[in-house]
Design a protein around this ligand. Structure first.
Ligand code: 6GU
Length: 235
């Protein structure tokens, strides 16, 4: 899969791959060539002699607004570099929430083109013409969409075939559909040695060797945790 990132802060993606994606599963996936990350500097496409990409908002108010032209040209220049059709995505707190179901859908596409939006905003007319999928990573405000783009890249990368060392290990993760429960549940608690740590014990069932009982216990834990912490997932 090819992933383009369009940003006015390309230095965040200058390292190949960026430090946050160079380790663990995304690091291995990059090394294996499962994803190809290409950053494009929106500023380079400004037709303004000062390479300006933003201007003051019509109607007044604080902050600056990204202008249509540089973004429009950057998107088309990036798309022309590769014949695979790109799914355009704008990272913005105004977007639909990023869920594991959405990550699964995006992970199956040949190419993603991520536009890192900024809090002050982008001229609405270029958003309308580009018609990107607008995605938010949660109900809080980041200074820019670059970190949100990296979050999306991490989530999509680990679903690429061959990215996980243990192919089964993504199945029990939080938010993966649970077959028995038919829902997306939080993960169960995990334990490793020693059996006694500062007087705290490992649940007996996990030491019983009864795999059926262990599976039953884990599912019950997942359901209880989800009901307690995220009742919205069961609604
Ligand atoms: Cl995608 N961008 C920004 N700037 N802030 C966010 C966000 C995205 N998702 C949550 N907060």
């Amino acid at each position: 899969m090819r992933i383009d990132v369009l940003t006015t802060f390309p230095e965040m993606f200058a390292a190949q791959p960026p430090a946050a994606l160079a380790v663990s599963i995304p690091g291995r996936a990059s090394a294996a060539g499962l994803i190809e990350l290409v950053a494009t500097d929106i500023r380079a496409f400004s037709d303004n002699k000062h390479k300006k990409t933003d201007d003051r908002p019509f109607g007044g108010g604080p902050g600056m607004v990204m202008m249509c032209q540089p973004l429009w040209d950057a998107v088309h220049a990036a798309e022309a570099q590769d014949p695979r059709p790109a799914t355009r995505i704008l990272l913005t707190p105004q977007g639909v929430p990023l869920t594991q179901a959405l990550v699964e859908s995006l992970a199956a596409r040949p190419r993603l083109l991520l536009i890192a939006g900024h809090y002050e905003g982008i001229d609405e007319r270029v958003i309308e013409r580009l018609a990107p999928l607008e995605i938010s990573i949660g109900d809080y405000v980041l200074s820019g969409g670059e970190l949100a783009a990296m979050v999306l890249i991490d989530a999509v990368t680990r679903l690429q075939p061959g990215a996980l060392g243990d192919e089964l290990s993504n199945q029990a993760d939080s938010f993966s559909p649970d077959e028995a429960a038919g829902r997306r549940l939080l993960d169960c608690p995990h334990y490793t040695r020693p059996r006694d740590w500062m007087g705290a014990q490992v649940p007996d069932i996990l030491l019983s060797g009864d795999h059926g009982k262990v599976a039953q216990w884990r599912l019950a834990q997942r359901l209880a945790r989800t009901a307690e912490r995220r009742p919205d997932l069961l609604a």
